[in-house]
Design a protein. Sequence first.
Length: 258
Amino acid sequence: MAEPLANAIQPQGWPPAVEAINETGRSDIVLICEHASNHIPAEYARLGLDSSHLQRHIAWDIGAAELTRALSKLLDAPAFLSSYSRLLIDLNRPLGSSGSIPVLSEDIDIPGNVGLDPEERSRRAEIMFAPFHDRVAAHLDERAKQGRATRIATIHSFTPVYLGVGRPWHAGVLYDRAIDFGQAMLAGLGAGIGLNVAANEPYVISREGDYAIPVHGDDRGIPAVLVEIRQDLLAGRSGIEEWAHRLAAALPAQTKAL
């Protein structure tokens, strides 16, 4: 197999797998945004999809990248953002799982993912998945060596309506082992402002369906939560800034309590 692009000079249309921001930031929060980009290199011909589909949630988490960057600045926190669409390979799904390289996303067939041979699956993992998570893991290893306190928050967004069913929540905080972290953050987000913020909505964390929280968080003993913000609340700059400040206020509040 040819040299992975992650280790080679990046040709046009093939960015590095991870955009790392402020790795020396002083915060104990490490931000991860696995669905930051809807980029698909030209050779994949949009995976057979109409270009309009690449603007939908099936291709990325709308507003999540901008929210992560804003939050990184407010907290002085390191952040790691993906550079490729989740349709090529989903960075928050275990390799080999049905959601890793989807042939159906929501109600849309993905023609370019049907019948892939093992070589192509390995190629995507080597170019997009492994370099991203290796960079995150190396950062966490270095923090551990330095004896730095660390907590992980992964930043996502969700659709207001999924397969015809409305979702009433403004935000969700998902967690497995990090119960204290998750509950404290829920309290910080929902306190006194009338928001509908729920635990483990609109999804739940599972080892079969998630990667960052179980592997980078729970397996290392690092408190880790997945934050979901409804996409219509991140549709403009003002909404992104509002939620960045809201999350920044909630995260320090809970870290002091732990």
